[in-house]
Design a protein around this ligand. Structure first.
Ligand code: SF4
Ligand code: SF4
Length: 281
């Protein structure tokens, strides 16, 4: 039922196409933001959620497990919205500044995702289920965040200063959608370039199978995202430095306000459109 609702919404939403009124230039009018989503299900009582709460390296130790959002929660539904081919190729033209396509996907795309969350809450509530979408819930808190991943004036902060009380990528990992990449994006069967949302509900659904064990299992550590990053925020040795990335995004926000973005670690990489092939030994 949830798949049908999500697919129906995406196929019929005008917001999935850049409107003439919003368009930053004529060439992007009518471009599709997202392709067909991927959906994964997790048991709301999965022990990984409790581990996220107590491990300070994960989401800054501030994670709220599903049952703290919704007392009677049974299932967490995680949804990956892969960017369309046009959005990804647009952002591959210039590897320093975000393309207009990408700016729309981050800004108007986020509005679409929030609309999807509200739609799912309405539809499930009509059918008698309880439902919470943390990304639009008043209790959601992003620490050191402006809604991107940082804020103006990040100097002196370390990776552990960044976090939130709900992490869409960690939830997607639990729901079988994929594993992390060196750039800290989540590599799914439809690639790393896209956005996530999730809902917590008392509806019961079989959890999806996780065909991985390690959190970086799908990443080949090829280092292409290291070379792509205009901020020098990713290294093979230490992964992603959130402060450097957040500073760069803040610069883009000043230039393109109210839009922002970068995403060069998600395009022109072997994990852009799917799980990369392991290198031959
Ligand atoms: S570009 Fe290579 S190293 Fe970076 S996340 Fe993708 S597979 Fe991993
Ligand atoms: S890590 Fe941040 S600054 Fe670097 S490419 Fe990715 S989004 Fe851009």
């Amino acid at each position: 039922m949830i798949e049908e609702l999500v697919m129906d919404f995406i196929q019929n939403s005008k917001r999935n196409y850049i409107s003439e009124a919003d368009a930053l230039d004529e060439s992007v009018v009518g471009l599709k933001l997202f392709d067909t989503p991927l959906i994964g299900y997790a048991d709301a009582g999965d022990e990984l959620f409790e581990r996220f709460k107590t491990d300070t390296k994960i989401t800054g130790g501030r994670f709220m497990p599903p049952k703290e959002w919704l007392h009677d929660a049974n299932t967490v539904v995680s949804i990956f919205m892969p960017y369309s081919r046009e959005i990804k190729s647009g952002n591959s033209r210039d590897m320093i500044t975000p393309s207009n396509e990408w700016l729309h996907a981050r800004y108007e795309g986020q509005k679409l995702i929030e609309e999807l969350s509200r739609f799912l809450i309405d539809e499930l509530t009509k059918r008698g289920y309880q439902c919470v979408a943390p990304d639009i819930d008043d209790r959601f808190k992003s620490f050191m965040g402006t809604g991107t991943s940082g804020t103006v004036g990040n100097k002196g902060l370390t990776n552990s200063d960044y976090g939130s009380n709900w992490s869409e990528r960690h939830v997607a990992f639990v729901a079988g959608l994929g594993t992390f990449g060196l750039s800290k994006g989540l590599i799914t069967k439809k690639g790393i370039a896209g956005r996530f949302t999730s809902i917590i509900t008392d509806l019961k659904h079989e959890p999806s199978h996780r065909d991985y064990q390690g959190i970086y299992e799908y990443c080949t550590m090829c280092g292409v995202c290291v070379k792509n990053c205009p901020a020098g925020a990713i290294t093979l040795e230490r992964g992603k430095d959130h402060t450097l990335c957040a500073d760069y995004l803040d610069g883009m926000l000043e230039t393109f306000y109210p839009r922002y973005g970068c995403g060069k670690c998600q395009v022109k990489v072997p994990c852009q459109d799917g799980i990369p092939k392991k290198r031959q030994k």
